[in-house]
Structure formats: structure tokens, C-alpha cells
Design a binder for this molecule. Structure first.
Ligand SMILES: Nc1ncnc2c1ncn2[C@@H]1O[C@H](COP(=O)(O)OP(=O)(O)OP(=O)(O)O)[C@@H](O)[C@H]1O
Length: 831
């Protein structure tokens, strides 16, 4: 089926339009964003590059073999010898003897890795790795603001602080170098991962080597690799803060080292009970996605991954101590099923996660080494009576996906409570996001400082030296992915936005201009609030023609829906049944729809970070052709510069020169710069004009329509006039005048029969009314039900008055069958 043709209601378009290379047209062979292209941004740069390459005596990275093994192809003679040797020899199976210790010795480095070469690779992939300063035990009490600023300036100057290590250029290198589990290596291959993305290229060696170094330290009781030092290319134990573009594969970058560490640990004799790795994500959708990924990678390794659900516990508690369940789960939990289905696997070292006491049965003990959760769900499961949070001493790894939002005021308290409850002195923390404000970095440093202070006072014997906090930045911090085309469209009014969106749904009416691709389904539409998402959905419901699947192709997903409904919509969208999904920021972060062709910001996002994450739902894993359309109106002008700046930076990263991209300098000059306060208000409340107005019932009302308020008022007045005319006619004032409406002559009801009756229960009343109410053109019948009590005179009068004011003729009746006179003395008065 040709989606484009059906949506555009045209037979002509798709024949003449060349099929564009869209994200939905398949995976990219190379998911990297930088360092692989042979097209330099400019001629000068090309010359520079050629010169540099010649000077280095090494070929450009794009001419390298398929593994992109730039190190082997580099200057050193020794490296050349190794390149010429058969691949089997290079990827030789590691033996116990060739343990992690021997995989990265200084000799190896001297032969393969000269510092210049490392720097070149890091530069070409736009990787910056530094040990964060202001992060040592001596400096812990110092007040930051001024000092951090100074340190940051120093950091910039200190170029030699760049961490040098051997990057990973192919997933095939994981096993020979880091002795990762055979099963894990197979699972990675099975998932089709061959070339690591930038973030994986750096984070995997850092974390795997770090873990190996730590194990050695613990085993030998001495610091063979001083923690935190990067001397001779050795990397010690560390915490890692990573900022990498959306869709760059951060999930497997934190999952692989965790799974490998748990597998390695399972071979040792000490098997602590309780989850050993916790991964926090801000939404259920993202948590489900991570757990699925973890299960695929950990399949048959003996490591189980589970998602935190209501009714589960993470700490063993006595029956009495356990709080009341309140869980919704029925029967066996997901972990039970996994356990059963995989019963043959080794269950070494997997943590115990139990359903709560009230639901516990003999067979209900379930096991999971990796626990994925949203902060609130996990914290609730960790709380005992009186709100006391239990410690989780078994946890050795804590990964915060979308760390900036998890440490934002919205989730901060919950996240920090969980972090602090992880009392294991060997806890290693990794934080991941595509955006990371300086305040979040400061918060991380403060938390780690406080933690270290606490650990030092408790003087744990195993903590030999404080691990450093390493920051890895891929590309330009806080920018959108460069492989997405951005369109910023001024729609002036709300009606303009709706018209614009309709044009996107029927693209033939707006032919794509020049090089900018057209938006093709499937795509996401983001709104500011839930009521707006719902209203937009009902407005667009019938926009897709029945031949293309009609209203089933468009759906709305938001947090007010039930968990089951949310899961169903996600599945249908992933399967391609739904083409246009209207949503809120619920899906803005982390969620991976591989073939998503575009994103529409129907309402401008609340911050630059929100924009980066929203548009990052397309163009994943290096896929080209994704489009991000943002509509803005008069109300957005005070804030839109933030978004314009992000687009401009992204276009620059793409190699676009001045005046080539969507954002022209004149526009940037013309737009007002929002103040800090403006930005904060916007982040908290969104654009005020789009906030939902609550009605008397406390419910939000929102209307999205192409009709302006003025038009609606005019229409209302017209209808009122028609009604008045009909009423007068009915009353004989203007008996000859008839009115036209909906193409035919019709009379509106102007006479009402109000029946009062007695009814036993409310339910019965509802049914009874449904059966009894009759409506005709000229008469409406209203049944008012009363209970066993005397009629509420005021209420009855209010109803009657309402119709009397409209000058309807009113007939009052009693339901003969159900209304014995004596039960309604007050009604008799009214009648
Ligand atoms: N090395 C790789 N080769 C090919 N595809 C990859 C590779 N690594 C990850 N992917 C794919 O890229 C997509 C995005 O990965 P992932 O969700 O981990 O990105 P992310 O960096 O966490 O994004 P976000 O910031 O939006 O959360 C996934 O579909 C994943 O399977």
C-alpha cells in the first residue's frame, strides 16, 4: 500500500516523486554520526584534512576496512604487522590466561596507540572525555558557584586532560579485548550491532576496562591501576556522566557493561541477594523498552532483567513489616513467567524480587539481577511502614537514563532517595542523556561528594581510592541530531497551525521546496497538554480517508490513559497500524521508534532540551531523511529563539554554511531573547494561552478547531436567532416563518413535558430515563427522578425556570405508575 498516495488522496504524486531515503526505509549500515564521511565540509577543510592525513601517514578513516579499524591502519609499524595478520589471529578467543589484565598492557599501547592517533580518532568522532574537576575528597566542603566557574575555564584550557584510551571500532573486538561472555557477544551480534556508534565507541571501553581494573584491584588487594588515573592508557574505576545525541545507542552502552559485570560476578562465590543493577527511567514506556533490550542482550547468560511493577518488593521484609499491597497485579508476575520459561538456565547470582506479602505464594519467588523502574514505582516498593526507605546494599550499578530529567525537581527527590539507598560502597553510577545542564552536573558532583564523605567516615576497607567522575560528551553538548531536517513555520494563530498540520497530512497540497524533504507518515505530533492532545485527535480523527484506514490510523497517547491502553497504542504504532500518533511530552524522551519519519511540534516545546528530545525521536542510529516541523504562533514569539538557536547549531553541525539552513540570521536577530525567568516560567507552565481552563467540575476543556473565536460567536448568534424565530413561530407570533438548517426545513423543540417520578436506585433511574426520554422536532420530554424523599422544591423550580426563561411551553406531569401522590407532597405544590 502506498501510504503517501493514500494520505494525499492523489494518484499522481507518488509516481512522479522520487522515493526519498526515509528513516522508515531501513537501517543504516553505519550508525555513526561523524568521522565516517568522506565529504569534507569545505575545500579548505578538505585540504587541511588531506595534509594532516599525509603528515600522519595514515589513510582517511573512510578508506579503512569495514571494522573502521583506524588504529590498526595507523602509523605504527607494529600496528601494520598486526593488520596484515589473518583476522582470526586478531580476534582470537580469549583464554583465562589472556584475562582482562593482559588485554590492555602498556606494550600493546605503545605499539598500537600513539597519543596523536587516539586524539585524531576522538576528534573525528567529536568525542570529549575529561575527568571532572572539583571532584576530590579535599575539596568537598567548598562552596561552588565561583569556584566551579573558574574550574570550568581551567578545564577548557587544559587540553592535555583529555582521556586517552583505546576506542572500540567494532563489536567483534569486545570479546578478545575485554573477555566479555561468549553468550553476550553472540547476543550483540544477533541484534545486528556491528559498528559501534560514537557513544559506544567511547563508553564501552571506558566502562568495561574500568570494571576489569576494579576486579583486579579487588582480587590482588592492591591498586595495580590507580583508580582515576589514566596513566599509560589504563583506566581505573569510575563513575560516568555521558551526554550523547538522541538515538545514538546509549541504552546498549550502559547495558553491555552491566550485564558483563553481573555475568563475571556470577562466577565468583559471593552471590548477594537483591537486585545488583538498577536502571531508572522517567516513563513506563522507556522502562519497558530498556528491559526488553536488556532481556535480548542477557538472553541465556543467566542474568535476568525485570521491570518494577506494582505489587513487587525489592527488599526482603517480614510479613508484618510489609506495607499493604494495593497492587493491581493478578496472578503470577512477569518475572515468574521468565523464570519458568527459562528454568534450565543457571540462576546464579540473580536477585530476589518478590510480590508483596499479601500476594506472595510459594511459587512466587522471582529473580532478577537487573531491575528497570521509574523512580516512583521503585521508591514505593522500597518504603516500609512509616515511609522509611529500605537500603539496597546489593546494588552495585545504578544507571540513570535521561539523567537530567530524573534529577530535575519533578523526580529529584525520588531519584536521590533511591541513589542514597544504594548503600554498597562499591556502587558505580552512570548518568546518560542527550542534554545535561550545568546545574545537573553540579548536583551529581555534590551527591557524589556527600556520599564519599559518608563512606570515608565509615571507613570501608574495600574503597582504596575515590573513583573519579568522568564526563563523556559526544558532538556538541545540548544540540539536536544533525541528520534531521528542521522546519520552523510561523502559523500566526491556532487556526493557522491546524491548517498547517492538515497540509502535512495531505502533502500534495504543499509540494516540498527544494532540498527539504516532505514529512511522511509515520510521525508523532506533540502538544503541550493532555486536553490539547485529545482535542487535536478528535479534530483530525476523520482526516485520513477510509481507503487508507480512516480513523484507525490516527491515535492519541497520554498519561491519563490506562497502562493497557498505552501499551496497545505503542504496539500498534510500532507495527505500523497507526500512522499519526498525537501525544504529549510523555513520549518525548528515550522512546525508540526506529522507522519514525518525522516529528511535528504542534505546540512549541517548553525548553530547548525538550525540543532536542522531541525531534530526536526521528533520525535514530544515524538514519537520514527525518523531518522535524515546529509551528509557532504570536504567543510563542517571546520564547521561540531557544528553539531557533538549537536548529541553527544542529545545521552547523551538519555542515551547512551561513544562510543555507532553515534559520536565517535576520530571524535570529529579530527574535527577542527570553530572560531566565521567562525560560523558567515556560518550562514550568508552558505557554499560558494554551493552558487548560478548568470548568466547574474541575475538568479541563480544550477546543482545537479551524474556526476562530469570532467565527464561533457569530455562528452561535446565528443559531440563537434561528431558535428565536422558531419559538415565535411555534407560539404563533410568526406562524408563517420557517427556518432552514442543515439543508432542510426543521423545527427546533420549544415545548417540554417534565415528568417527576420516584425511583429506587440511581442506576435504575439512569436506565429509566434513557428509556423514557423522548425527543421530537417540536417537543422534548424530560424526566426528573426523585428518590424516596419529598421533591426538592428548589431543584424542580430551577429546572422549570430554565425552560420558562427560554419561553418554552411547559407541561408538568407525574409518572402515574411510580409516583403515588402521598410520596410527593411538595410536588403537588409545584404542580
Ligand atoms: N551500534 C549500533 N548499530 C546499529 N544500530 C544501533 C547501534 N546502537 C544502537 N542502535 C539502535 O539505535 C536506536 C537508538 O538507540 P537508543 O534508544 O539506545 O538511543 P539513545 O541514545 O538512548 O536515544 P535517546 O537519547 O533518545 O534515549 C535503537 O533502535 C538501537 O537498536
Amino acid at each position: 500500500m502506498d501510504v503517501f498516495k493514500l494520505l494525499s488522496r492523489s494518484a499522481k504524486t507518488s509516481q512522479n516523486t522520487p522515493v526519498p531515503n526515509l528513516p522508515s526505509s531501513g537501517a543504516k549500515a553505519n550508525p555513526q554520526l561523524w568521522g565516517k564521511s568522506n565529504t569534507p565540509a569545505s575545500a579548505t577543510e578538505a585540504n587541511k584534512t588531506r595534509k594532516r592525513k599525509r603528515a600522519n601517514g595514515c589513510p582517511p578513516s573512510h578508506e579503512l576496512p569495514k571494522e573502521l579499524d583506524f588504529f590498526l591502519g595507523s602509523a605504527a609499524d607494529g600496528a601494520k604487522r598486526r593488520r596484515d595478520s589473518p583476522p582470526q589471529a586478531q580476534e582470537k578467543e580469549p583464554t583465562r590466561a589472556s584475562s582482562p589484565k593482559s588485554t590492555l598492557n602498556t606494550e600493546d599501547l605503545a605499539e598500537e596507540y600513539n597519543e596523536e592517533e587516539c586524539k585524531r580518532v576522538l576528534r573525528s568522532h567529536k568525542l570529549k572525555i575529561v575527568v571532572l574537576k572539583g571532584f576530590s575528597a579535599d575539596e568537598e566542603g567548598e562552596k561552588k558557584a565561583k569556584k566551579r566557574k573558574k574550574e570550568k575555564q581551567e578545564e577548557k584550557k587544559e587540553k592535555n586532560k583529555q582521556v586517552i584510551f583505546r576506542p572500540l571500532t567494532s563489536f567483534a573486538q569486545l570479546r578478545p579485548r575485554y573477555a566479555i561472555s561468549r553468550k553476550l557477544a553472540e547476543n550483540i551480534q544477533e541484534q545486528g550491532y556491528a559498528v559501534p556508534t560514537e557513544v559506544q565507541l567511547a563508553a564501552l571501553p571506558l566502562l568495561l576496562e574500568s570494571e576489569n581494573a576494579r576486579n583486579e584491584t579487588l582480587q590482588h588487594g592492591e591498586e595495580s591501576t590507580p583508580a582515576g588515573s589514566f596513566e599509560n592508557g589504563r583506566i581505573g574505576d569510575m563513575d560516568l556522566l555521558t551526554v550523547a545525541p538522541t538515538g545514538s545507542g546509549k541504552t546498549i552502552a550502559f547495558l553491555i557493561p552491566i550485564i558483563q559485570a553481573l555475568v563475571a560476578e556470577s562466577k565468583s562465590s559471593t552471590n548477594p541477594e537483591g537486585p545488583r543493577a538498577i536502571i531508572l527511567a522517567p516513563t513506563r514506556e522507556l522502562a519497558f523498552q530498556i528491559v526488553n533490550e536488556a532481556r535480548k542482550l542477557a538472553s541465556h547468560t543467566g542474568i535476568k532483567a525485570a521491570i518494577m511493577k506494582k505489587g513487587m518488593e525489592v527488599v526482603e521484609r517480614s510479613q508484618e513489616a510489609a506495607p499493604e499491597s494495593g497492587g493491581e497485579e493478578e496472578g503470577r508476575s512477569e518475572e515468574d513467567e521468565n523464570h519458568d520459561s527459562d528454568g534450565s538456565q543457571e540462576d546464579l547470582n540473580v536477585a530476589v524480587t518478590r510480590p508483596k506479602a499479601s500476594q506472595r505464594r510459594k511459587a512466587d519467588i522471582v529473580k532478577a539481577g537487573v531491575l528497570v523502574a521509574t523512580p516512583l514505582a521503585l521508591l514505593n516498593a522500597m518504603k516500609g511502614p512509616g515511609g522509611k526507605v529500605f537500603d539496597l546494599p546489593s546494588v552495585r550499578f545504578l544507571a540513570l537514563d535521561e539523567a537530567d530529567v530524573l534529577l530535575d525537581p519533578l523526580f529529584r527527590e525520588q531519584t536521590l532517595s533511591i541513589w542514597n539507598a544504594c548503600s554498597n560502597p562499591l556502587l558505580r553510577v552512570t548518568l546518560w542523556s542527550a542534554t545535561m545542564g550545568a546545574n545537573i552536573e553540579d548536583l551529581v558532583i555534590t551527591t557524589l561528594n556527600n556520599r564519599w564523605k559518608m563512606l570515608s567516615s565509615a571507613s570501608f576497607p574495600l574503597v582504596l581510592r575515590r573513583p573519579p567522575l568522568v564526563r563523556l560528551i559526544v558532538g556538541l553538548k545540548d544540540t539536536a541530531v544533525p541528520n534531521v531536517h528542521h522546519k520552523l513555520i510561523y502559523a500566526a494563530t491556532e487556526q493557522g497551525k491546524l491548517l498547517g498540520l492538515r497540509q502535512l497530512l495531505h502533502p500534495t497540497s504543499a509540494p516540498s521546496s527544494g532540498t527539504t524533504p516532505t514529512l511522511h507518515p509515520p510521525f508523532l505530533v506533540f502538544t503541550q497538554t493532555i486536553p490539547r492532545a485529545v482535542a487535536l485527535h478528535s479534530e483530525l480523527l476523520y482526516d485520513i480517508p477510509p481507503e487508507a484506514g480512516g480513523s484507525s490510523r490516527i491515535a492519541v497517547l497520554h498519561a491519563d490513559l490506562s497502562a493497557t491502553a498505552r501499551e496497545q497504542i505503542m504496539t500498534r504504532f510500532r507495527c505500523g497500524e497507526i500512522w499519526v500518533l498525537i501525544t504529549t511530552d510523555l513520549l518525548a524522551r528515550g522512546v525508540d521508534f526506529r522507522g519514525l519519519n518525522g516529528v511535528v511540534n504542534y505546540d512549541v516545546p517548553n525548553s530547548a532540551a525538550a525540543y532536542i528530545h522531541r525531534v530526536g525521536r526521528t533520525g535514530r542510529a544515524g538514519r537520514e531523511g527525518g523531518v522535524a516541523v515546529t509551528f509557532y504562533t504570536q504567543e510563542d514569539i517571546p520564547y521561540i529563539k531557544n528553539v531557533a538557536n538549537v536548529i541553527k547549531a544542529s545545521e552547523k553541525l551538519r555542515g551547512m554554511g551561513e544562510g543555507e539552513g532553515e534559520i536565517k540570521q535576520w530571524l535570529l536577530d529579530a527574535l527577542p531573547t527570553p530572560t531566565k525567568r521567562d525560560r523558567q516560567t515556560l518550562k514550568k507552565r508552558g505557554v499560558e494561552a494554551r493552558r487548560t481552563v478548568k470548568d466547574e467540575d474541575g475538568k479541563g476543556k480544550m477546543r482545537i478547531s479551524t474556526k476562530s473565536g469570532y467565527e464561533r460567536r457569530m455562528e452561535h448568534n446565528r443559531k440563537g436567532a434561528v431558535m428565536g424565530s422558531r419559538r415565535r413561530m411555534e407560539q404563533g407570533v410568526s406562524s408563517t416563518k420557517r427556518v432552514e438548517e442543515d439543508g432542510g426545513a426543521k423545527l427546533a423543540p420549544t415545548r417540554i413535558t417534565i415528568c417527576f417520578f420516584l425511583c429506587e436506585t440511581i442506576r435504575l433511574t439512569d436506565e429509566y430515563i434513557k428509556q423514557q426520554n423522548e425527543f421530537s422536532d417540536t417537543e422534548e420530554k424530560l424526566w426528573i427522578a426523585f428518590g424516596h424523599f419529598p421533591v426538592d422544591r428548589n431543584m424542580a423550580f430551577a429546572v422549570i425556570k430554565e425552560f420558562a426563561l427560554k419561553r418554552w411551553s411547559i407541561v408538568l406531569k407525574r409518572d402515574r405508575h411510580k409516583d403515588p401522590d402521598d410520596a410527593f407532597p411538595a410536588l403537588n405544590d409545584i404542580l
